[in-house]
Design a protein around this ligand. Structure first.
Ligand SMILES: *[C@@H]1O[C@H](CO)[C@@H](O)[C@H](O)[C@H]1NC(C)=O
Ligand SMILES: *[C@@H]1O[C@H](CO)[C@@H](O)[C@H](O)[C@H]1NC(C)=O
Length: 248
């Protein structure tokens, strides 16, 4: 009885220390043990990106993972948008691009503070694994604003937390926004918009753009005119797409 009990205790201690080691030394383990990043962790698994991330964050070169919390992703993409791109048919096309956009490296030197993100940036840009840059701008104090698009403020976030995983690998937590390249956001809109307009009433919810009063309302609703122009273009393309497919 006592032997069984101490064997059990030894097991508990062993299991606990394995987890402690994983979360202390390994970026993915750190994400896993942090309840704020459930969406990112699940998406990394679903897209089979875990091994690649482990490899890039193995400490042999300076590397940063810019983690977006579940709350930020939900706010940025909307509940429906997030549900859409994490579905099996979309996760590998779309969510993977957001995940790789969070991976920054290899860098010239390790990042220890938010301000270091400015000093490792080249021409104000951080190279991501996705291939599209993250724009870095100094903010008040030693703060830093990261942005997925140089012109559109809605795709930006502030650095909330900088946590060194090891000498070369850093976890950066962003807040107050959603970090995505405008191009990827467009692709997500294209992929998820038609499924949002349910197949039982095709094209009808997309067609009338008259409920958007062009001048007075768009000024307060849309942060920039280029954004609303872009949305109009998308809308037009979608109407064309839907109508050309329903003719068949
Ligand atoms: C880390 O990964 C790189 C490839 O990205 C590899 O060349 C290197 O040997 C790995 N280092 C360790 C310590 O595993
Ligand atoms: C950190 O990265 C540099 C540059 O690649 C490398 O020379 C150094 O050995 C790495 N540090 C550790 C502790 O692996």
């Amino acid at each position: 009885m006592a032997a069984a009990r101490s064997a059990f205790l030894v097991m508990v201690v062993l299991v606990a220390s394995v987890f402690a080691t994983a979360s202390a030394a390994d970026l993915f383990g750190t994400l896993q043990s942090d309840q704020r990043f459930k969406v990112v962790v699940k998406a990394l698994v679903d897209t089979q990106e875990v091994d690649a991330l482990r490899d890039r964050s193995n400490g042999s070169v300076p590397f940063v993972f810019i983690a977006q919390t579940d709350a930020a992703l939900q706010e940025g993409l909307g509940l429906d948008g997030l549900a859409c791109i994490t579905r099996p048919e979309h996760v590998k096309d779309h969510m993977v691009q957001i995940l790789r956009f969070m991976e920054v490296g290899p860098l010239s030197h390790p990042v220890k503070t938010a301000a270091d993100l400015s000093s490792v940036a080249v021409d104000g840009k951080l190279a991501t694994i996705n291939g599209m840059p993250i724009f870095v701008e100094p903010a008040t104090g030693s703060g830093v604003i990261l942005s997925g698009d140089a012109e559109q403020e809605q795709f930006s976030a502030t650095v909330a937390e900088v946590k060194q995983i090891n000498a070369n690998v850093t976890l950066v937590v962003v807040a107050n926004g959603f970090l995505v390249p405008a191009q990827v956001e467009e692709q997500i809109t294209m992929a998820c918009f038609p499924s949002a307009a349910s197949s039982s009433s095709p094209a009808v919810p997309l067609a009338p753009s008259s409920n958007h009063a062009p001048s007075s309302k768009s000024a307060e609703a849309a942060p920039s005119s280029s954004q609303s122009t872009r949305r109009e273009m998308l809308r037009t393309m979608l109407i064309f797409f839907v109508s050309s497919h329903t003719e068949i």
